[in-house]
Write a protein that binds this ligand. Sequence first.
Ligand code: FEO
Ligand code: CA
Ligand code: CA
Ligand code: CA
Length: 677
Amino acid sequence: DSTITVAPATLDFTAVPKSLADVVAVPAGYTVTVLYRLGDPINAATGAYANDGTDSTFSARAGDHHDGMSYFGLLTGASTPDAANSARGLLVMNHENISAAYLHPTGQTLVNNARPEAEALKEIECHGVSVIEVTRGATGGWSYVQNSTLNRRITPNTPMQFNGPLRGSALIRTRYSTDGTMGRGTINNCANGLMPWNTYTTCEENWAGYFRRDTTDNAARTAKDVTSLNRYGITVTTNRTGNNRWSTVTPSDSSSTLYSRWNINVQAGTAADGTGDFRNEANQFGWVVEIDPYLPTSVPRKRTALGRMNHEGCWPSVPVAGRKLAFYMGDDAQNEYLYKFVSNTPWAAADATATDRLAIGDKYLDSGTLYVARFDATGAGVWLPLRFNENGLNASNATYPFADQADVLANVRLAGDSLGATKMDRPEWTAVNPATGEMYLTLTNNSSRTLANTDAANPRYYNDPKGTAAQRGNPNGHIIRLREDGDTSEATSFRWDIYVFGAGSDLNPTNINLSGLDATNDLSSPDGLWFSRSTNPTGQVNPLLWIQTDDGAFTDQTNCMMLAALPGTVGDGAARTIVNLAATDTGTRSQSTFVGKAPGGSLRRFLVGPKECEITGVDSTPDGRALFVNIQHPGEGGTGAAPTSAWPASQAGTTGTSRPRSATIVITKNDGGLVGL
Ligand code: FEO
Ligand code: CA
Ligand code: CA
Ligand code: CA
């Protein structure tokens, strides 16, 4: 096609300025179309969204807080895959959380100190995943197909199957699944993965917050249980009601446990193995979940071999026939780890077109080795295996006595502590360069990084110019990247460097703006991260890296954003020394050496979102001509009576006080060319 630039790839758009406006801004020559908004109906029987807090039946509407997302091509006229189809496909996306203030007429209510069932059901069903059919019309415009039989909502109430080493484990037995093989639903689904056999993985991130646990519960549990609960943040130190207090609902169906299961207190008089209550319900969350988007009746599978954590995303290595696939995963909390799962089974290219897709998932995701990363100051790194009975991961472990591999996987944080993995500045998305195989990881920020515990991979400690204690540490975040030794996904060691440090362009170049960012590319708190598809005609030359932000330290100057980059390769920067300032900002206190580069002209701002949003979730059609992006929680600080954003109504210039809605947009180039290049 004559409109495609093949080589060398260069960024071909004018940088979008930082902005506080209530619109999605993109470069000249591009068009934004709003595609799929909170509340949009996904079948013919469900009415249009009133957007005034009176709507219900979210099991048949778009959920809230759109997040990670992938596009799956559909064969024309059929419901089967055509990975190359750029005109008709399934868009699968996560609905991470809710802006409850906008879901009800006057916000969340309590009646006799309990949540009304209808409100709680609405909030529960606004979480989960959407599968929707999208099509490109004759004139090039995109829309979703409201009455497609392929449309599906997966919610925290959808039955799921447990696979891998935890299947049948005593750790996940509940009143609902007394044999520990099934569970209900998925929650706080953050980033995602697109599997080479045409399935979607959704990742459970901040699940711990939803559970009620009272101060009396510690005494009813073993010391080992309490160690595990505390390590995942399910402590009882506050009045722990659980997010949204769902467990307080009195259901109209008195036999229903859809609400009581959010209360994980050990219930007196129930079986010690947990089959009479929901004491183990929290162990049912924190997993990577695989979904076959082409089969609306398929039961999603929780892939326990990949470990239990605050899973951000799960991105595969570039498939190479005969070589074991790797899957890269961040655990997003302060000072947590980067993980890699390596399948036992080498990749067979024929599996890319297999029809029993979840069985192929069984083959690659149920058995293998989970590793945790240690980044060394030399620029080398090691993948430490999380295998039961190796390196002290056994019953005599001083941190936590591991009983078996299921216990290691359900408590990988404790295993990682024991192995001396590197505590990172909040590991968010992973992305893999399809041309080089190099893996990139966003480290979004870390307000608890101290001067004393900076290391080569997490080297910054400074005061944000705002000067609040909460902004100390590494408030602007960075992106680290690694290249596996021998360029193989099976490697147990790697080289790494830092690709870019987030910073305002006006900040100190010796300890904050270390990458020399300017007004066209300054950013803070990188989070979403994705390389353009290699099916994009320029993909083989120099794939485009897309960076999305979720920021609280730069929002005085700009709303959150998305940037495009042509990032180069590991080690193409120079070794440099960073001078970290003391907590009091009075002088130099520590120095650490890192390898980094100044991205300069290869990094450019492509999009700025509306007020109080996060930009998260991105994919394109296989031809790279339509880019799908999610706008999460615009106006998240407002209320139904006083919204702080009117997006997406405001995108068309409409004024007024319309309640804001999370939504998917599609970005196309007016000349029909490749987005970004
Ligand atoms: Fe859901 Fe770590 O972002
Ligand atoms: Ca994120
Ligand atoms: Ca984030
Ligand atoms: Ca968010």
